[in-house]
Write a protein that binds this ligand. Structure first.
Ligand SMILES: Nc1ncnc2c1ncn2[C@@H]1O[C@H](COP(=O)(O)OP(=O)(O)O)[C@@H](O)[C@H]1O
Ligand SMILES: [Mg+2]
Length: 310
């Protein structure tokens, strides 16, 4: 658990972070969103003491982060930024093992951890561990950056617009990899992003910032369905709010078991945004649903999209 209590940071006359209190639950993904200059990066860097706070307190598992040297704290927290900061003259393996080597892990344990992380991130260890960063695509470099940040099994991973420089397809596949990884490892992730769809896809909790303050914090559904102010709905994209809300819900929620319909089936795990597109494209008011093996499960009705979420 990370707890921020009335945290304050000022640069000259600029209140970069202005009285922020937050509790970040262990094993969750929190997305910090907000306009450029709203204080997201500063808040993230306060957590690993790359920036020192002027007021307030930050606790990690109940302990003040200022107890002890910042280097020790940073070894317990992975940090990933847009430009990966990989060392160009080091192999992928050496890059990933940076912190374990610093911590004095035996070579065999480092090598094992490197291969394990490469595999988790979808890079074949035999093929990639001996390469240099310039021999990788941007997306592969970013995967290595994430692997490096996770190498010493940090409980916390701080990410500052990690996928911002990648094309949409690569970005989506990295988001997927990150979500799976987080499920497997239970890492607490704090992710800064200006991409609202990324925040909705990955964030279990969203924190919207403006001028150093928290405007609203809550689940994606809370921010979309009960925005605290017009500013919140503006930021989330007023015109597409409905679609985004549907994007958070699954076909399974409105499934009518045993009911029949014609056409190619949807799967229960697809979003209601996909379902809406299918209703419109096929000009149908009912669509069949089947499992991954094609066994019929039932149908969904267009009218059910209008119901309040269960
Ligand atoms: N090292 C710094 N020195 C001076 N001003 C800074 C520094 N870092 C951030 N700021 C200012 O603090 C405010 C918040 O910046 P930042 O946290 O980077 O916002 P965001 O990540 O949301 O774009 C901005 O006005 C920015 O110019
Ligand atoms: Mg920033």
């Amino acid at each position: 658990m990370i707890e921020l209590r009335a945290v304050h940071k000022q640069f000259g006359a600029t209140r970069a972070v202005d009285g922020v209190s937050l509790r970040i639950a262990p094993g969750s993904i929190t997305a910090l969103i907000g306009a450029s200059g709203s204080g997201k990066s500063t808040l993230l860097r306060l957590i690993n003491r790359m920036v020192e706070l002027d007021g307030g307190q930050i606790l990690l598992d109940g302990q003040d982060i200022r107890d002890g040297p910042p280097e020790a704290l940073r070894r317990r927290m992975g940090y990933v930024i847009q430009s990966t900061g990989l060392f160009p003259h080091w192999t992928v393996a050496r890059n990933i093992a940076t912190v374990p080597v610093l911590l004095g892990w035996p070579a065999a344990q480092c090598a094992h951890r490197v291969d394990e992380l490469l595999a988790l991130l979808g890079l074949e260890p035999e093929r990639y561990r001996g390469r240099y960063p310039h021999q990788l695509s941007g997306g592969q470099q970013q995967r290595v950056g994430v692997a490096r940040a996770l190498a010493a099994r940090p409980a916390v991973l701080l990410m500052d617009e990690p996928f911002g420089a990648l094309d949409p397809v690569t970005r989506q596949s990295l988001q997927q990899a990150l979500a799976q990884l987080q499920q497997a490892l239970g890492t607490t992730i704090v992710l800064v992003t200006h991409d609202i769809d990324e925040a909705l896809r990955l964030g279990q909790r969203l924190v919207l910032m403006d001028q150093g303050r928290v405007v609203q914090a809550g689940t994606p559904a809370q921010l979309l369905a009960q925005p605290a102010s017009p500013q919140v709905s503006d930021f989330l994209g007023r015109a597409t709010l409905g679609q985004r809300l549907l994007g958070l819900r699954r076909v399974a929620e409105i499934l009518r078991p045993g009911e029949a319909a014609c056409g190619a089936p949807l799967q229960p795990g697809q979003s209601l945004q996909d379902a809406l597109a299918a209703f419109l494209l096929r000009r149908a008011d009912r669509l069949p649903v089947a499992d991954a093996q094609g066994r019929p499960l039932g149908a969904i009705r267009f009218i059910d999209l209008l119901q309040d979420p269960r």
